[in-house]
Design a protein around this ligand. Structure first.
Ligand code: SF4
Ligand code: ZN
Length: 303
């Protein structure tokens, strides 16, 4: 039973309801055109793998569109190798072309080495950025490069309703309220070389994706990343889940509230002019882009 809507659904109707919800989200936010070249960012975890299965089903109706998948191998020993296997296996079953791009080949360093450099730099002091902060910035760049290489014009991400709402609250708690304007279902490409990112699962709760994966017998990695932060995001996740249990629909309410105020936030958010990064040549708000700044800080030369 869906506490937030009161619906009682059998397995078959539940599956159909998610597929309908995703179709409605795609239409509502104008995510895809019938002839788009879509690449799905598949990490090997439940959200991205289930998204791949759902989009493979939907895109069958659009013969002019193409669907492929990309996995970023950050270089996390004992973790990412298994996730890549799950991603490849699911792509093989669905007949979807799959490519893997690694931090090592793109940035000349893997995440494990970066974390070691980070520890040395920080010399045990706290207050530095977490591995996830570095990983997130580099993965966004890696995904854009990989999507561009795949000649895709849309990059589909498995972010779900919980992810979106957590990020909104995280921005507020970090005192960066204007960043909320950037948490949205379709991120416009501010520059021709940015492949547009879309989030077809943005209105599907995490629990429902897990249940859909279970019903469809989808295989995915369930072991968490060894660097997964136990900090603020996790506390927000726990708090939101408690709220949802007591007050069904809380997550949707937060999501919809932000939808209402986003235009006002966007209107007061300063537009940045992009220039070419002096190191790598990618578009950047500053003379040196964020990924290059991070790599330089840790004494790693970007390629
Ligand atoms: Fe990267 Fe953090 Fe995710 Fe691990 S948990 S893959 S370090 S962002
Ligand atoms: Zn750069």
């Amino acid at each position: 039973m869906r506490a937030y809507s009161g619906e009682k659904l059998c397995g078959k109707c539940f599956q159909k309801s998610i597929e309908d919800k995703v179709r409605a989200t795609i239409i509502k936010y104008n995510m895809f055109k019938p002839d788009d070249d879509i690449v799905v960012a598949v990490s090997g975890g439940k959200d991205s793998v289930t998204l791949l299965h759902t989009l493979a089903q939907i895109e069958k109706e659009f013969p002019k569109a193409s669907l492929s998948a990309v996995t970023i191998d950050e270089g996390i020993k004992g973790y990412r190798d298994e996730a890549v296997k799950f991603a490849s296996e699911n792509c093989r079953k669905l007949g979807v072309k799959h490519t893997v791009a690694s931090f090592k080949e793109l940035f000349n360093v893997d995440l494990d080495a970066l974390v070691n450099a980070l520890k040395e730099k920080d010399s045990g002091r706290s207050g530095g950025l977490s591995p996830c902060a570095y990983c997130g910035v580099l993965r966004r760049r890696a995904l854009n490069l990989a999507a561009r290489n795949a000649k895709a014009n849309k990059l589909a991400l498995g972010h779900n309703l919980d992810d979106e709402v957590q990020t909104i609250l995280l921005n507020i708690m970090h005192g960066d309220a204007l960043r909320i304007a950037r948490v949205k279902p379709v991120l416009e490409g501010k520059h021709p070389v940015f492949v547009q990112r879309v989030k077809p699962f943005c209105e599907v709760p995490e629990k429902e994706i897990a249940f859909l994966g279970y019903l469809k017998k989808i295989q995915f990695q369930s072991v968490p990343c060894p660097y997964a932060s136990t900090a603020l995001r996790n506390d927000i996740r726990v708090m939101l889940n408690r709220m949802e249990e007591k007050h069904a629909g809380t997550k949707f309410t937060v999501f919809k509230s932000i939808e209402k105020i986003r235009p006002a936030l966007e209107a007061i958010t300063k537009q940045t002019t992009l220039q070419k990064c002096k190191v790598c040549g990618e578009p950047s708000a500053d003379q040196i882009c964020k990924p290059c700044q991070m790599l330089q800080k840790l004494g790693v030369c970007a390629r």
